[in-house]
Ligand binder design. Structure first.
Ligand SMILES: [Zn+2]
Length: 186
């Protein structure tokens, strides 16, 4: 459900948190990590990445449990994700994808990721996604095909269009919105 940052096993008891590619923390209202119960989901990328996420507030709530899964894997289990914000993307096949985790992993696979300064994902339609990108002047647009390939491999029937922009608008509060879903506006 959430790209490769968390995955469901055959026991279907929740989502195993993959701690090799990224760190996911559930924190209480004071920002302290909790092992059991509900809280905000923070994501930290472990990739050497142009725009690393360090305790990025995903806008979602998660319910973590310290009970081990019966499949025997030791990784922690997220029982439930409660999407609070609009950071969940939908696919034509009916899945929900955690946008920040998914695209963080996609961009981490790109060869010259450091030529991309920042980017923003906008879901316009169930099968149509626009990626706004701020790039260095020597960015090679051949890489766009590579990004499309990676997205196609990992999902999900989306048509992807790239827009190279000078900058990415902040909200009135100055917040950088990494994921925007316009689905509910239609
Ligand atoms: Zn399991």
């Amino acid at each position: 459900m959430m790209g490769v940052s968390a995955y469901e096993c055959s026991e279907h008891s929740g989502l195993h948190i993959d701690s090799e590619r990224s760190l996911m923390e559930i924190v209480d209202e004071s920002g302290n990590q909790i092992e059991e119960g509900r809280g905000k989901i923070l994501a930290t990328s472990l990739h050497n990445f142009a725009m690393p996420f360090i305790r990025y507030e995903t806008g979602d709530l998660g319910h973590i449990t310290d009970t081990n899964c019966s499949c025997g894997r030791g990784s922690k289990i997220l029982k439930e994700i409660i999407g609070r914000d609009k950071e969940l993307l939908k696919t034509p096949t009916g899945k929900c994808i955690h946008g920040a985790a998914f695209f963080n992993d996609v961009f981490a696979e790109i060869t010259n990721v450091n030529d991309i300064i920042e980017f923003q994902i906008v879901q316009k339609k169930i099968d149509y996604i626009v990626i706004n990108m701020v790039c260095k002047s020597d960015f090679n647009t051949n890489e766009l095909d590579q990004i499309k390939d990676i997205i196609r491999k990992r999902s999900e029937g989306w048509n992807v269009e790239f827009k190279v922009v000078d900058n990415i608008n902040r909200t009135k509060a100055g917040k950088y919105k990494f994921i925007i879903s316009e689905l509910n506006n239609q």
